[in-house]
Ligand binder design. Structure first.
Ligand code: URA
Length: 241
């Protein structure tokens, strides 16, 4: 309703709760009810025109690309991966030059702000190959929150996937997104990261998308993402860092 210009998001919630919004002729009172292409939405009998079409894609960023649309230093950027003629999509957050994996891109600026807003604590899972083996104490440290320079990282979920010789493969899930956070967390424990791949961003998984590959999000993924970022930040128009 907000995207279609009917009202603000908050007022849209009130309209729904008051029972004046119908989807395909049925009153909906539940906030967050998904609406699909082809559904007819009306408010007190006036049909709502759909908002502008938006584009949402999952990209498998390879190592050796910057997560910006242009690089003053002339390095390759993730913009090169998008098909010719696609709308101007911005990355949802950032992966380091030497990190690979799932990057979402969209022209839905409001969703980007919400997904990056610390309030929603969107979980991101990374697969790290690190030097050495984690001790039980290291795992506890990661779970409890590692001290990093000027701040303490929030507790992470940790799963040791494999130990091979002098290195280990560890899946780590965090909901913050500070600069080089995963690398710094492992460095703080003296287990430097050798390779880092993001496997998941909120409800969206990298799956078998090959490096350099791009695919549109499915309707199911998009609904799940929108639910992840649901709520109301109309009263706080700050832009996420
Ligand atoms: N943490 C890092 O250290 N690097 C990334 O690219 C993402 C998370």
């Amino acid at each position: 309703l907000a995207l279609a210009g009917v009202s603000s998001r908050r007022a849209a919630d009130e309209l729904i709760v008051r029972g004046v919004v119908r989807v395909n002729g049925n009153v909906v009172r539940e906030l967050g009810t998904p609406v699909n292409p082809g559904d007819v939405v009306d408010v007190r009998g006036t049909v709502v025109a759909p908002g502008a079409e938006r584009t949402y894609v999952a990209v498998h960023k390879p190592v050796g690309m910057v997560t910006t649309l242009r690089d003053p230093q002339g390095r390759r950027t993730v913009a090169e991966l998008l098909p010719k003629g696609s709308p101007r999509l911005v990355p949802v957050g950032r992966l380091d030059y030497d990190t690979a994996g799932l990057l979402l891109m969209t022209d839905d600026g409001e969703l980007v702000n919400r997904l990056l807003h610390p309030r929603y604590e969107v979980e991101k899972t990374y697969r790290a190959t690190i030097a050495g083996r984690l001790s039980a104490e290291d795992v506890k440290g990661l779970q409890g929150g590692v001290e990093l320079d000027a701040y303490k990282a929030a507790g992470a979920k940790v799963r040791v996937v494999a130990v091979r010789g002098d290195s280990s493969v560890v899946d780590i899930t965090i909901h913050e997104g500070r600069n080089r956070q995963v690398r710094r967390m492992f460095e703080a424990l003296r287990h430097p990261v050798r390779t880092l791949v993001r496997l998941r961003f909120g409800p969206v998984a990298l799956g078998d998308l090959p490096p350099g590959g791009v695919r549109p999000l499915t309707a199911k993924e998009l609904h799940a993402l929108q639910r992840t970022a649901a709520g109301n930040i109309d009263s706080e128009p700050e832009v996420a860092r």
